[in-house]
Design a protein around this ligand. Structure first.
Ligand SMILES: C[S@@+](CC[C@H](N)C(=O)[O-])C[C@H]1O[C@@H](n2cnc3c(N)ncnc32)[C@H](O)[C@@H]1O
Length: 338
């Protein structure tokens, strides 16, 4: 499979002087790793997800540090999505997962009854290879085919049902965004974008185009990004090196090394308000305290120093766009820190 095209003015980040032929495969591999870590957290009992097991070939139990990190990552998205949905209750909305990988959030929401065709359409896009594999898994497990009989609506590259749409994209190539026409994305609906550990893998200018496309095309919208920051301290340098060794360097981390750089990125690309917390703050202040208490009982955990260090190198960005000042002001993310 060919590597994605990088722009000619693309700056290769510090310490990264070669991009292997299998760059795309390496990026796709990060999805298998994410699914495997999510399954580990689920199997230990951090959260419930009856669907993720279908996406992992060989389950492995991960360290408590990883399980707890994935719990926090998943819980935070859920709380942010809930806030967005709450702003537009009774109105049809869209959730668009960019670089969805094998994430199962759609299936969880659907099984909880949160999604029905009157209120939410869930759209997922990723590289063609990931989409083909996700569709195969869905077709092979009837537990993933909800009441609308998803499988009967698929071909190898697209799923289109009333509430679920899945299709191929290359986020570095805006021409491939025409997939959204085929998936019948509604540009008039309040729309929440999720990019969970995705944009940091693509060149800065390509990521900017995606973020700007989302702000330009939707009036009532949100953009959630989860990704790494702080590449320059000792831990950050090690983190970058480890990921680089896996063949999928963090191509935009140096453009947005700190929280304030991230904030400027979104504000400059058309978002009205951008709230950001690092994952240490997310865990300490934003995640529901009862959930923290429940999950603290699950495993012996004493790696507090390492936890703080790792968590301070990841952030959640929550960028918001709305014509309604009241909506803009009623989100709460950063203010939970106070
Ligand atoms: C770390 S995985 C995260 C998957 C999922 N968002 C999650 O958190 O479970 C990164 C995902 O981004 C996708 N991705 C990275 N670059 C992409 C691109 N240029 N176009 C489409 N998908 C891309 C990969 O294929 C992979 O599924």
């Amino acid at each position: 499979m060919a590597s994605p095209q990088l722009p000619s003015n693309f700056h290769i980040p510090l310490g990264i002087r070669h991009i292997k032929k299998s760059h795309k495969e390496s990026i796709i591999g990060t999805n298998d790793d994410a699914a495997s870590c999510k399954l580990s957290a689920v199997n230990v009992g951090y959260y419930s997800d009856p669907f993720v097991k279908y996406f992992v070939k060989s389950p492995i139990r991960r360290q408590p540090l990883i399980n707890r990190g994935f719990f926090s990552r998943v819980e935070c998205i859920e709380q942010l999505v809930e806030q967005f949905n709450g702003q537009y209750s009774g109105v049809k909305k869209q959730i668009v997962s960019l670089g969805c990988g094998f994430d199962t959030y759609y299936f969880r929401l659907k099984s909880r009854g949160t999604i029905d065709k009157e209120n939410i359409v869930y759209v997922e896009v990723d590289y063609d290879q990931v989409i083909t594999n996700k569709i195969k898994i869905i077709q092979n497990h009837k537990e993933l085919q909800d009441t609308e009989k998803l499988s009967s609506m698929t071909n190898h590259q697209i799923i289109k049902s009333d509430t679920y749409r899945l299709g191929p994209i290359d986020l570095t190539n805006m021409d491939t965004f025409k997939i959204f026409e085929q998936l019948e994305l509604d540009y008039n609906c309040p729309t929440l974008f999720i990019s969970e550990c995705v944009l940091v893998y693509i060149p800065t200018n390509c990521g900017n185009q995606v973020i700007e496309w989302a702000s330009k095309n939707f009036t009532e919208s949100g953009f959630i990004t989860y990704e790494q920051i702080k590449p320059y301290d000792e831990f950050g340098k090690m983190m970058i090196k480890n990921i680089e060794m896996k063949g999928c360097p963090l191509l935009s981390i140096e453009s947005f090394p700190e929280i304030e750089d991230q904030r400027k990125r979104y504000n400059n690309l058309g978002w009205n308000k951008t709230e950001i917390l690092d994952m240490r703050e997310v865990y300490n202040h934003f995640i529901n305290k009862d959930r923290i208490k429940e999950t603290n009982k699950l495993e012996i955990f004493d790696e507090f120093e390492e936890w703080d260090l790792i968590q301070s190198h990841y952030v959640y960005v929550f960028a918001i766009k709305s014509k309604n000042e009241q909506i803009l002001n009623s989100y709460h993310f950063e203010d939970t820190k106070n």
